[in-house]
Design a protein around this ligand. Sequence first.
Ligand code: B12
Length: 231
Amino acid sequence: MDRLAELNEQAALHGLRVRGVFAPREDDAIGPLDGGRPARSVALLGNEGSSFWGAFAASPEHGDGERDALDRWSRRVGTQMAQRLGARALFPFGGPPHHPFQRWAMRARDLFASPVGLLVHPEYGLWHAFRFALAYADQLRETPAPAKPRSPCADCAARPCLSACPVEAFVEGEYRVPRCVEHLLANPQGPCVTTGCIARHACPVGQAHRYLPAQAQLHMRAFVAKLAGLR
Ligand code: B12
């Protein structure tokens, strides 16, 4: 089996998807892999919609009551997959400094910056994210990446994502984090926390892939806990 097919198969066991592959450059600061070989391919692994929720909900991390359950699950699954596949795992959390997952993802596949900063996908809209990346010494993809389609935001004149936030935390190209933080902390039972970011819900793209309520709540509660520390 080729290495990309093997990776797809292993990822699917955890409800994860290969969310693009790119060839790293020097300025990606990935460094040498075990044995001193340079990384030649990096695969991004993550969720499309709630694809990983069943696997995560059945995991020990989900039920143990400790903090950062999803990050701990991602670290365990990513580390195990890396060992099995002869790759090195890189994580989106644990910084700063942070690995630039969004910049990498735009190089790797059909993802685009949206007005609210999250990357938008033509099918999944804003309902996708990254759990880890695997750096390989091999060339994982032999055929050239498919041509990028047009960003769905290019044809969206209404831009409901920018007007939906109750505290105007998003203006084109800027995320006013303190406004969002104050609102979430002051309204822990409000819809932003219980159903997920209202600006994200307002995007008309990928509505069928909106997160399950349990997943949306987990992300927002984890986010609020982190924000309380940032204040
Ligand atoms: C720091 C951070 C935050 C900070 C925001 C910092 C800021 N001022 O923008 C906080 C903690 C507030 C935050 C919030 C959220 N985040 Co965040 N965050 C990150 C993190 C860990 C690092 C980003 C970074 O600094 N990268 C380093 C630079 C060098 O790399 P870069 O690719 O060039 O990163 C740039 C973009 O990330 C951009 N950016 C990030 N957010 C926004 C928002 C706007 C409006 C704009 C214009 C730009 C922008 O700014 C970075 C610096 O240029 C990334 C994970 C990662 N490692 O990339 C997740 C990440 C960007 N976040 C993500 C998500 C999902 C969220 C939340 C929705 C969390 C949630 N509740 O589920 C919220 C969004 C707010 C909301 N109301 O919905 C996802 C985005 C997935 C996607 N579809 O694109 C990421 C990739 C994590 C993941 N595991 O997938 N986040």
